[in-house]
Design a binder for this molecule. Sequence first.
Ligand code: DGY
Length: 314
Amino acid sequence: MILVTRRLPDDLLEPLHGLGEVEVWEADEPMPRDRMLAALGSVRGLLGMLTDRIDEEALAAAPDLRVVSQMAVGLDNVDLDACRRRGIRVGHTPGVLTETVADTTFALMAAIVRRLPEAERMVREGRWGTWSPFEMLGADLHGQVLGIVGMGGVGRAVAKRAVGFAMPVVYSTPRPAPGDPGRPVPLDELLATSGLVVLCAPLTPDTEGMIGRAELSMMRGDAYLVNVARGPLVDTMALVEALRDGVIRGAALDVVDPEPLSADHPLLGLDNCLVTPHIGSASVRARRAMAALAVDNLVAGLTGSVMPAEHSPG
Ligand code: DGY
């Protein structure tokens, strides 16, 4: 059996039907854990989401599982070592969302430096008295030093856009490649010099909590933190304190820890913090392309062909 853990457009799932029985969790909410574990008993191919935890327990419940195909590029929710030990192939969806996430990054950067959410709330709440020469002032986006943490596909696409905004780029990444746009610098230097620090790194044991109290205090007092990667890169409570105490000027977060954030979370009580619900790749084109690639990976994996985007264990 093939298990698809979320409702996806029928036309995109069509190729799966030639492979046998397909069970789709027909909901916009994640499949409850107990239901997923029970279903996994007879599953050969899993088309899963970043909200599904594919750990030892899930794999132990899935003795026939041959392929995990995730509709996301990030695979931090999948125990990749455990999959490798069991000979389970893992696919993901790099590339097709890169430019869309970079667009979102620029939207978040512009919104936080120019205080768009605050300004919009002012209008909606009837507090727009008149045009005012010194009200609702923000910072410029153009000309700011842009510090990119993690120079993968999204990092490069963000750096490419920075040219049009006259933003000098510095970046920090484990293995700088010749030709990457911008100047590679140690993380400390990036934090100390950037007007905007943008997190584009994958979540791994090495990057988890990489932005904590110490790193936030290395940032410029007028700088902004932008996270479009994974929430746990940042120590959330340290960020709340830094935003509240004016250690940095603001943050725009498309990803947070935890997700979802409850409406009474302290981050949401801060005017200098903008939070969006993990929508970096949420354009119609990108999400359809991600689903289609996840289907192609699954079909290829189950038929013994080359998967278009297989995660390589090395
Ligand atoms: C991914 O693909 O990992 C993204 O976070 C989904 O938008």
